[in-house]
Design a protein around this ligand. Sequence first.
Ligand code: GLY
Length: 378
Amino acid sequence: MTTDRAAATLDWAAVVQERAAQKVTALANRVGGAFLHATVDGRYTPVEGEWWTSGFWPGMLWLVYQRTRDERLAALARQAEDELEQLLLDDRFYELHHDVGFQFIPTSLANYKITGNTNARRRSVLAASLLMGRFNVAGNFFEAWNGERRRGMSIIDTMMNLPLLFWTAEETHQPRFRHMAEAHAQMAQQQFVRPDGTTNHIVRFNQETGEPIEPLGGQGYAPDSTWSRGQSWALYGFTLAYRYTGKTTYLNTARLVADNFVAALPKEGVPPWDFRVPDVETAPRDSSAGAVAASGLLELAFLLPENEGEPYRQSGIKLLDALNEHCATWDQPEQDALLLHATGKLPENQNIDVSLIYGDYYFLEALGKLNGITQTCW
Ligand code: GLY
């Protein structure tokens, strides 16, 4: 990239990040240290801490705090983290599942990495220990959820929860956490990532024998389609597996998935909710998949030599630019979120063309990466 272009990108990212920080601060004034998920008529309303998205709003508070050092935001993030800890201590413990990563990484682990708080460290290790307990050794997979209907299901999203284990292995000098994370990642390379770099959302396993039974469509259009957010979880998740282990097999998978994701993007740049849905031209978009992928692409670029990383960095910037142009809410104070046009679970008719807190989170995180934040909570 020429110096002029690089400087222009940085200026642009700084302006967008400032707008985002202002919106986050305004929302913090209204909702405080709540847990958020999806908007209804432009407004986020709090959800229970058990819900898998509970880490993202406190995580956004930490992201803005890192830029502004506004202690009020840090206090709200800490308050949310204190509430989250209660989930580990009462009967809600039984409802927790593989998403303890999404819940505790942007909260406790972010807090520990930023402030060194020892309670936050303990909570992170405790959440990692809970995730370890979900490992099915017969099939080398982390079981995603609880309940009769979802027995034996493993999902691609888990790749983004593995950093909790990789970090714990390093932090406690206990390689067993990393061994299990790697066993799952290797299983996912075989069972989830297809030779063309697209991914399955769900694979159901026999819980006793560990045999894979079948791929399921899950939040995607069909078992053999490509749910775009699943694709973005895989892109970022394998990138992080490479960052923690240095093993090129994960890098190769991350690049394969990333190349497929970028090639599948439509001209205007915002991904459809599924890349293989028949009405792909007009199908609802999923800005959250775009935001996760953008942050993952920038992470991938950091880890590669400059000449190899630059195309991924450019793809990440292009995605952010598209999200900013088509989805951002800067001139819409009636919208709480940063990004419009996200899709939660289309097959179940849930949260279509809304704002989703994790889309906002990864958009903000990616902007931070362009503005010099090289170490995130993951
Ligand atoms: N992890 C669930 C989702 O991406 O909707």
